[in-house]
Design a protein around this ligand. Structure first.
Ligand code: ZN
Length: 159
């Protein structure tokens, strides 16, 4: 009897942990984001709701949730965030570099029309990463470098 109880208890604990770190709406696993980033990107009307430290971003492109708090369940939807998140469906414009507001389309154009192949060349042509402040401007709070590289890869495939 005690064995069964232990087993069930173990399963329950696991479930609770999962709902805590996964998106409360779509249940996709989120990526940790700094509170600094959330504070900077949530619209002024919702800024007062930014509380607690543990924030995640939902990586599911079809889900309208952007940020959610692991501890208190507060969540911020696409329309409550100042910038379109590039991997969310219908993001417009689709930024590759948030700091200099360079779009994925501009990066692809630099690749296709000007033959740029590296992030360095893209930056020279488009002005991307000129004033890097990714911690505040990029929805993930990480350097835009990786998104630019992904846009280059898309452009190279189009050539
Ligand atoms: Zn979600």
């Amino acid at each position: 009897m005690s064995t069964i109880n232990e087993c069930c208890h173990g399963h329950n604990t696991q479930k609770i942990e999962q709902t805590k770190v996964h998106c409360p709406v779509c249940n996709t696993e989120g990526i940790s984001v700094s509170k600094v980033t959330v504070e900077h990107l949530v619209t002024d009307d919702y800024l007062k709701l930014v509380d607690g430290e543990q924030y995640k971003i939902c990586m599911n492109g079809d889900c309208s949730v952007v940020y959610y708090n692991v501890d208190n369940g507060v969540r911020f939807l696409k329309e409550q965030v100042k910038v379109p998140v590039w991997f969310k469906k219908d993001a417009d414009p689709k930024y590759a570099c948030y700091c200099s507001e360079v779009t994925e389309g501009q990066v692809i154009e630099a690749v296709v029309k000007h033959g740029a192949k590296t992030v360095k060349e893209i930056n020279a042509i488009t002005g991307a990463m000129k004033n890097p402040n990714c911690k505040e401007n990029n929805p993930l709070g990480v350097c835009c470098h990786k998104i630019i590289q992904e846009a280059i890869d898309k452009g190279l495939k189009m050539e």
